[in-house]
Design a protein around this ligand. Sequence first.
Ligand code: NAD
Length: 360
Amino acid sequence: MHRVRAVASAPRIVLLPGDGIGPEIVAAARRLLEALGEFEFDERLMGGCSIDAHSVALTDEVLDLCRQADAVLLGAVGGPKWDTTDPDAPRPEQGLLGLRKGMGLYANLRPVRPSPALVGASPLREERIAGTDLLVVRELTGGIYFGDSGRDGDVAHDTCEYSVAEIERISRAGFEAARRRAGGSGGHVTSVDKANVLETSRLWREVVGRVAGEYPDVELDHLLVDNAAMQLVSRPAEFDVIVTENLFGDILSDESAMLTGSLGMLPSASLGEAGAPGLFEPVHGSAPDIAGRGVANPLATFLSAAMLLRHGLGRPSEAERIEAAVDAVLERGLRTPDLAATGETPVGTDAMTDAVLFEL
Ligand code: NAD
């Protein structure tokens, strides 16, 4: 399976800046992409700003445009203005869920690759974290979050369900990602489950093992989720691609994110069927506490743009140029306020963007 779209003319990218710092970091990423090549941008409202304008977080028109685009780059949505306890009031996150569902996004990819200049920010000792470069591939649309749930008196239940087809497609997403990271062939997939206890996990292990037959060049091993949680903090540098189901992936991807210690540095991608556009966004939120002050760290969005180029448009060499430029500015000592240590003079969003553009 090849998931990159065949893109003939200038790729069409829908930009969804969203709320809070979203517009600042997406504008910076647009400058970066414009410096790399020809793109056709279509900027639209989604999240709280769309609620203000259209009373819904995601309009059908914007969803259709996203479906027809080559890729979608999102800033972040939400903020105190739209926090509500009224269950009938529209909420910004409904836009995110609507996009995931409407675009058929079932694989969430979160790379964890602490920049060498920032290993000191990790809660782990430097010798443990150094060299870490892993990718968590989480199944996004099945499992216990979507199974039957309910209450009967003082008993509650949530049901975990997975079908062979759901496991096959997320396994392939993992094997494909391992190959891409290895430059076209090879790589290592660790499948995480709880096969000693759960029937869904036994099916998971069986199916992943069978799909592995289609990828003889990729190494596969299996880890129980409790063991995986421990190994992630004791030997993170030994992982390549981790593939896992929704609930385990939710937890392990946040654990992996904390390995870097820098929320403003983490990109993500959500992918659907082969040939369909993906959604690329930083892991952090809309940071309303610093919105509009020109101090937001744009690097997670730049690294999300790199994922867009690699996974969305099949342009890995440009993705590598962005990643190398980000490493280089950090090596030179530039820090936005969220990254600056005591005594370091921070720079704002524009200066950080100028520096990355210069390194490109
Ligand atoms: P947050 O990630 O927005 O902020 C947490 C802390 O990190 C804040 O102090 C913030 O200033 C800082 N921070 C985050 N990104 C930064 C950046 N790029 N540069 C510098 N500092 C940065 O999380 P939160 O405060 O829990 O949530 C704020 C809003 O964002 C809420 O409305 C929440 O629902 C929403 N949210 C949206 C998404 C999304 O759109 N995918 C994800 C998480 C949270």
